[in-house]
Design a protein around this ligand. Structure first.
Ligand code: TRP
Ligand code: SF4
Length: 477
């Protein structure tokens, strides 16, 4: 929902604006990817892609290679998402759960943030209602969609103080100008709204802390409109790091990032001078870690706080970074790894507008009765022509058709059959009436199955909740 107190933001490159609270739609995904410096998702990255990846619906990522690397090595990794407890759950929300399912199948642990504070700040949903809605409407459906409760943890922003403290601490690394440029905040913006991205940064980063699973890559699957949050969070994490790893003239270079908080630990005295003994011991520990990773040839400069690693290549960057984050933690820092992220395209709503919880006709909702859902599909806009003759002659446009999107995103898992519908639509041999009949049937069958799964999994909902999610926090009860 757009907020009247904010003006649209601009991007660092001055181009298209992504507003995580506005209802915009994007069509030129390739351009978006380049503009925001996202990477393409290719087969070399995902040897065994799921349906959404195969079909290009997940079209971009940041640092997904770090996650896939952990997977390949059998090292732990996690996936985190947040849900806004307002309105009913629809197919747009299902897409994220499908992705989480896929990562969970690869061995990821799953953390789900219920953004009850954000919903309070931006949608006027009070905390009690937010909780109730989140479990009944969202978590119950997540369970029915097949998430495994044994490796899933759902928590509420209001009930996990660390996400708020972390947001507060990271708030030291940003300022109003940066947040204004990123999110379009200005004078009249209410401060709860300003805090929401900081709490969200806390959501995204806290699973790496020891009590929540420890240092490991965390991937956040989002719609591309949420990228400002990811860029913001990555920036905050990077700015808090004690050691930077950068490309050097030859190989890589590690450099200390001496700040107010870590000055003493990194060998800078209060008077600004160098505490040589302290600095030397930090440099020795860096050296030991790098040698442990197999780098023998190192050029250490304690005074500048740098280590040159001539033989390191770009692909050594992440292992080095991760090892130094562990060292940072040993020395008393947070040691936060930048989150990875994947980006999915938006499905168009059935009416041609964006899917919206407040507009029932725009999507199929998880708890729709079959006849209601079928009616919506029947009324949907299509990529068809205005007359049968015209369509038979010129063909339809499946790539512009919300009904075809139903197949692509959700209901036709078989690639060959999907291809067949696409071909018959384009050639004019399939007409929209017939096609919608098929879509209604698939949607209806899926809904029946989903309702059954809801009944079967209702008893699991509690198991999804983390211990800190079982009761309202003291003071709010
Ligand atoms: N801002 C998200 C939304 O509007 C919800 C959210 C909160 C979230 N914390 C998150 C999403 C962490 C991803 C990761 O829906
Ligand atoms: Fe869409 Fe099907 Fe009509 Fe093609 S035939 S435009 S896919 S509804």
């Amino acid at each position: 929902m757009a907020d009247a107190t904010r003006t649209p933001g601009t991007t660092p490159s001055g181009g298209a604006v992504l507003d995580p609270w506005a209802s915009s739609q994007f069509s030129d995904y390739g351009r978006l990817r380049d503009q925001f410096g996202l990477e393409a998702v290719g087969p070399e990255l995902l040897p065994d892609p799921g349906m959404l990846q195969r079909r290009g619906i997940i079209f971009a990522h940041r640092d997904l290679d770090v996650v896939m690397d952990a997977h390949r090595r059998g090292a732990p990794f996690g996936v985190l998402t947040g849900l806004m407890p307002s309105g009913r759950m629809h197919l747009g929300h299902k897409m994220v759960v499908d992705q989480i399912n896929w990562f969970q199948g690869l061995g990821a642990d799953v953390t789900i943030a219920v953004a009850d504070l954000e919903a309070l700040a931006t949608r006027n949903v009070d905390l009690r209602t937010g909780r109730e809605l989140a479990t009944r409407e969202y978590i119950h459906n997540y369970a029915a969609l097949g998430l495994d409760p044994t490796s899933t943890n759902v928590y509420f922003q209001s009930g996990r103080p660390i996400v708020q403290s972390l947001g507060f601490m990271l708030g030291k690394r940003t300022n109003l100008s940066e947040m204004g440029a990123l999110y379009g905040f200005d004078g009249p913006t209410n401060l709860a709204h300003v805090q929401a991205p900081l709490v969200q940064a806390g959501d995204i980063l806290h699973p790496q802390l020891e009590p929540w699973g420890g240092l490991r890559p965390i991937v956040v699957p989002v719609g591309v409109d949420q990228d400002p949050h990811l860029r913001f969070t990555r920036g905050l994490a990077a700015k808090s790091n004690w050691f930077n790893v950068k490309a050097a003239a030859q190989g890589l270079q590690v450099a200390l990032s001496v700040q107010q908080e870590n000055g003493a630990a990194l060998g800078r005295r209060d008077d600004g001078g160098l505490d040589k003994g302290r600095r030397q011991s930090v440099m020795d520990r860096i050296r030991q870690r790098l040698q442990g990773l197999g780098f023998a040839d190192l050029n250490v400069n304690p005074k500048h706080g740098t280590v040159q690693i001539p033989s390191a290549t770009a692909k050594d960057r992440h292992p080095i970074r991760q090892s130094l984050l562990a060292l940072e933690r040993d020395l008393g820092g947070l040691g936060l790894l930048q989150p990875s992220s994947t980006y999915h395209r938006f499905a168009t709503g059935l009416t041609g507008d964006k899917m919206s919880s407040s507009q029932p006709d725009t999507s199929v909702f998880m708890t729709d009765e079959r006849p209601a859902a079928e009616r919506k599909v029947g009324k949907a806009v299509t990529g068809g022509k205005s007359t049968v003759e015209e369509q038979q002659r010129d063909g339809g446009e499946p790539d512009q058709c919300p009904v075809f999107e139903l197949y692509t995103y959700h209901f036709q898992p078989d690639d060959a059959q999907l291809e067949d519908i696409h071909r018959r639509c384009s050639s004019g041999s399939l007409l929209c009436g017939t096609c919608k009949g098929l879509a209604k049937q698939l949607v209806g069958e899926w809904l029946d199955h989903h309702q059954e799964r809801r009944d079967e999994t209702a008893h699991l909902v509690d198991e999804f909740l983390a211990p800190d999610a079982r009761e309202l926090p003291i003071g709010l009860a």
